[in-house]
Ligand binder design. Structure first.
Ligand SMILES: [Zn+2]
Length: 366
């Protein structure tokens, strides 16, 4: 008997067959060029039957499928990477591909999060998968967390750059339109002047080719410069890394980037941003010491949890204004609501749901 796993992706699909007494068998195929769910299902059914061989589906004891589409009550309601799948029933897919076989299916980002949590022993873990699109999953307290309507950590279609490129979903500036694997390869191809395959991109990065490095521009620093900051001071503990970062930014914003050395003394700046994950764990050191900043410098953090990071607490104690990381999420939530057509919660409903004393304090902070 054998067990079959199928990972359905936006560009390609991978299959793995575990057989008792034999080595596992793998297969991988790209979707047909035309956008047609029927042709896709025929391609998938063909790949499955070639992999399981002459015995047919009855030799498969059970199968698991990782699905990238948004599924509600057994219906695929949206999959921007292959829009023709919207409206397809999961049951139809299973009958076409694996008739009579017990099959479980789950969101691909959620399954990847579970796998990473199991592999690392982490009880709380957020997973982001960057491929054709950007998806993810959330494991909290050792269990998969789907969110109230499913799709926890599905951040690929959150708008991060309203002036950015058009996304496959039709909106402008979604995260995956800016930063997915597909977009990164397209950016690399434009810089190189020729198509770039994933392996060639990896080789280009390993060889530090300018076109490959530029395709992965550092985002927080780039966002600050794109928002017309007159000058950016970059501090990173690793000297070599901050020099590389400075070089990459300098190519696009010449004369506006300076690397900060610990021997430089107190920097004169309006805003100091922690763009590192330091502060997520209690044992983390401060990314920088707010005591070294001038009067009135705004200290901001990208860390969302805890809300008051050690950096922000130290800045407040020093009398500096602060800006919390969770504001990033708060603004994303309204975009989420708009995207999914959800009604905005009234303040009375919010109070009834969460009578938190932190809410009032929060209005004055950040
Ligand atoms: Zn989108």
């Amino acid at each position: 008997m054998s067990y079959l796993g199928i990972d359905i992706g936006g560009t390609k699909t991978a299959l793995l067959l575990e057989r008792s007494g034999a080595r596992p068998a793998y297969a991988r195929f790209d979707w047909p060029a035309e956008a047609d769910a029927d042709a896709d299902l025929a391609a998938l059914a063909g790949a499955v039957s070639r992999l399981i061989g002459t015995g047919g589906p009855r030799t498969v004891r059970a199968a698991g499928i990782a699905l990238p589409a948004t599924v509600r009550d057994g219906l695929m309601v949206a999959w921007p990477s292959r829009p023709s799948w919207a409206g397809l029933r999961v049951g139809t897919l299973l009958e076409r591909v694996l008739p009579g076989v017990p099959v479980a299916h789950e969101d691909d980002g959620s399954l990847a999060a579970l796998a990473e949590a199991a592999a690392t022993g982490a009880r709380d873990l957020a997973y982001l998968g960057v491929g054709t699109g950007i998806g993810g999953g959330l494991v909290l307290g050792g269990a998969l967390h789907s969110g109230p309507r499913g799709g926890a950590a599905e951040i690929g279609h959150m708008v991060v750059d309203p002036g950015g490129p058009v996304c496959v979903c039709g909106r402008v500036g979604c995260l995956q339109a800016v930063a997915s694997g597909t977009t990164t390869l397209a950016r690399a191809a434009a810089l190189l002047g020729a198509p770039v395959a994933p392996d060639a991109f990896r080789t280009g990065l390993a060889q530090e080719c300018a076109w490959a490095r530029d395709a992965l521009r550092p985002t927080v620093a780039a966002a600050v410069l794109e928002a017309e900051a007159a000058h950016l001071l970059v501090h990173a503990p690793d000297r070599a890394k901050r020099e590389v970062l400075r070089g990459r930014l300098e190519e696009h914003w010449p004369g506006r980037v300076t690397v900060l050395d610990s021997s430089d003394g107190a920097p004169d700046c309006d805003i100091a941003v922690n763009a590192t994950p330091l502060g997520m764990r209690p044992a983390d050191p401060l990314p920088f010491d707010p005591k070294s900043l001038g009067e009135g410098t705004l200290v901001a953090d990208i860390v969302m949890e805890p809300r008051d990071t050690p950096l922000l607490l130290a800045a407040s104690a020093r009398g500096l204004p602060t800006h919390r990381g969770h504001h990033m999420l708060d603004h994303q939530l309204s975009l989420y609501r708009t995207f999914f057509g959800l009604r905005r919660e009234t303040s009375a409903e919010r109070r009834a749901r969460r009578p938190s004393p932190g809410d009032a304090a929060d209005a004055s902070g950040g």
